[in-house]
Design a protein around this ligand. Sequence first.
Ligand code: GAR
Length: 208
Amino acid sequence: MLNVTVLVSGGGTNLQAIIDAISEGKITDTRIVQVISNNPGAYALERAAKAGIKGICISPKRFESRADFYDALLKQIDDAGTDLIVLAGFMVVVPPSIISKFRNRIINIHPSLIPSFCGTGYYGLRVHEAALAKGVKVSGATCHFVDEGTDTGPIILQKAVEVLPGDTPEILQRRIMEQAEWKIMPEAIQLIAHGRVKVEDGRTVISE
Ligand code: GAR
């Protein structure tokens, strides 16, 4: 059984996709042991509660220093017996202390085809604003392992989504969520739960 901790900051639609995929049997041998939000108002915490999953807020504002916040976050993750950390719209930089302890056991969903529109400053709607400003005709989403860089870790799955005339950042964001994010994030978890993703020389190899 793969024990998953999901880290969130906002609406939690990717969390919902994972919850639904588990209940529909698309993700097997996996349970979400807890959902942790840095933001007390995150709707994702309500989604967790509705699904009967433990939801916790660990806000950096409650700690004297960033280091204390990160220590509390790591302790909460560790104490729950976490095998895999899933960043589902988590808008906090994960510190090296957590990355090294969970090497190739942290995954993130990013709303573009990495290496386009990623890195520092590219998150949420800003990614789609940048894609539209550039005039790309195709965008998409990437699920990847998290390393010490920003959006630089080994890519697990990607899915392309068409950009259409008249798209606003909001419309494009929603299409990319529906057609890509909510599909590839659960698929990646299912692959990992069944030992099918290996990292070799900084790239993933997915076995049959
Ligand atoms: C998603 O679009 C996700 O890809 C993005 O934030 C949104 C969270 O939505 N993540 C990033 O931009 C990370 N760099 P959600 O809370 O509804 O899942």
